[in-house]
Design a protein around this ligand. Structure first.
Ligand code: 6PG
Length: 465
């Protein structure tokens, strides 16, 4: 296989270099930071270059270079450092978490000199990069075909196939990765809400809650995120002797991919309330000082009710499963809207198949999701698939009871509750929007449509306006 250039030897870049080398692919690597370069010295199939120009000089044409640096300005700088030495036909692949519109812009700019650009979503964290990530590509189709053997070799495998997909023209790969991350935020939040409810609504001790959650990671509910949650909850802090999670500051950070997905859903007119709630929950968590002051002033909303212990222990994993499904339904609707807006023709079944291994979302649930889209490629919403609808319906009573208990007991469960409202709103034939339309017309003369005849209508409002 051809040698590949790699710019950026941070955690992800370094592990991808080792992954490539482990598959017999020669790597010419460069990092601005000399210490990052020397960290990889001495490995036969990794040649460390002293400059971007030297890296390019060592590669056969057309050259293929993978950029593994932080999204944003660092990516621009890395591309700028390579650009003077690039020629028509060379391939540049950006494996960072770039915003898809930046990827579209970079592809256009580089395309003017014939450089072929790929936006490559890479998921799986440090471990995935080393042992096999999920790879979501978009951009120049010919460039993808040329790099496919290399990407195929280093990707995770699931169901006998590489977790690698080409999803369409410029920006498609990073759009798919952005949606992956938004679902990741939502599922992480839903698990965290369920854990919080076990602890502070049902009143379980840390060890009991940890044990219960470890037991959830089975069968159709099995997921990497539940697996790492159980691992996290099993850890004890060396310094204090307390469960590690109890020593972690409850302020969640974010690098932006979840918020980008919510912005995209607003721009595209897709209802993705639970993806948004997950982002807002992180934002609210970051106002730690305000929250502390507010609880001191207003009192805690929490009301532990030990009589609910058994019911909540049974209901929570079932609610979590159904809510997770509703979050996927929102994410896949966003994917479909992005695909149609940009003409990418993203195959949702292929996306679910790629997510089955290597990535943070890998979970047993991706199999029935892939099957749902394979069976009905035009499926408007995952919740309409008969198998998934039955799985949700079977859990709905427990989901409702659990959300009701959380609301009564003052435990914030924004993702679990918004997913339930979404699922219920989606199948409500006649909803509250009739009144909103009448209100709009009442105060602003905006007009409304009637159910019994066509046209734009106004109410018989009278009196002082
Ligand atoms: C992945 C992760 C990865 C990264 C996130 C974390 O798929 O491997 O999603 O991309 O860990 O960007 O994002 P936040 O820092 O925003 O939580």
């Amino acid at each position: 296989m051809r040698a590949i250039g790699l710019i950026g030897l941070g955690v992800m870049g370094r592990n991808l270099a080792l992954n490539l080398a482990g598959h017999g692919i020669a790597v010419h690597a460069y990092d601005l930071d000399e210490a990052a370069r020397t960290g990889l010295a001495g490995l036969e199939s990794i040649r460390l270059s002293r400059s971007p120009a030297a890296l390019l000089a060592g590669l056969e044409r057309p050259r293929a270079i993978l950029v593994m640096v932080n999204a944003g300005a660092a990516t621009d700088r890395a591309i700028e450092s390579l650009e003077p030495g690039l020629s028509a036909g060379d391939i540049l692949a950006d494996g960072g978490n770039a915003h898809y519109t930046d990827t579209i812009g970079r592809a256009r700019a580089l395309g003017k000199s014939g450089v072929r650009f790929l936006g490559l979503g890479v998921s799986g964290g440090a471990e995935g990069a080393r042992l096999g990530p999920a790879l979501m590509a978009g951009g120049d189709a010919g460039a993808f075909r040329e790099l496919e053997p290399i990407l195929d070799a280093i990707a995770a495998k699931a169901g006998g196939r590489a977790c690698l997909g080409y999803f369409g023209g410029d920006g498609a790969g990073h759009f798919v990765k952005m949606v992956h991350n938004a679902i990741e935020y939502a599922v992480m939040a839903a698990i965290a809400e369920a854990w919080f409810a076990l602890r502070h609504l049902a009143g379980l001790a840390h060890g009991e809650a940890a044990e219960a959650i470890a037991g959830w990671n089975r069968g159709e509910a099995q997921s990497y995120l539940l697996e790492i949650t159980a691992d996290v909850l099993g850890r004890i802090d060396g310094a204090s002797g307390q469960p590690l999670v109890e020593m972690v500051l409850d302020r969640a950070e974010q690098k932006g991919t979840g918020a980008w997905a919510v912005e995209a859903s607003l721009a595209l007119g897709v209802a993705a309330p639970s993806l948004a709630e997950a982002v807002f929950a992180r934002t609210l968590s970051s106002a730690k000082e305000e929250r502390v002051a507010a609880e001191l002033r207003l009192g805690s909303p929490l009301h532990v009710d030990p009589s609910q212990r058994d019911a909540l222990r049974r209901q929570l994993p079932r609610a979590l499963f159904a809510a997770t499904l509703a979050c996927y339904a929102q994410g896949f609707q966003l994917l479909a809207a992005g695909s149609s807006q940009h003409g990418w023709n993203i195959d949702p079944a292929a996306v679910a198949e790629v997510w089955r291994g290597g990535c943070i979302l890998r979970a047993a649930l991706l199999d029935p999701i892939a099957a749902a889209f394979r069976g009905a490629p035009g499926l408007a919403n995952l919740m309409l698939d008969s198998a998934l609808a039955a799985a949700m319906a079977e859990r709905e009573a427990d989901w409702r009871a659990m959300v009701a208990a959380a609301l009564v007991g003052g435990a914030p469960v924004p993702v679990l509750a918004s997913a339930l409202a979404y699922a219920q709103g989606y199948r409500t034939k006649r909803g509250a929007a009739a009144l909103i339309q009448a209100q709009r017309d009442r105060f602003g003369g905006h007009g409304f449509q009637r159910i019994d005849r066509p046209g734009n209508h106004h109410g018989p409002w009278s009196g002082p306006e």
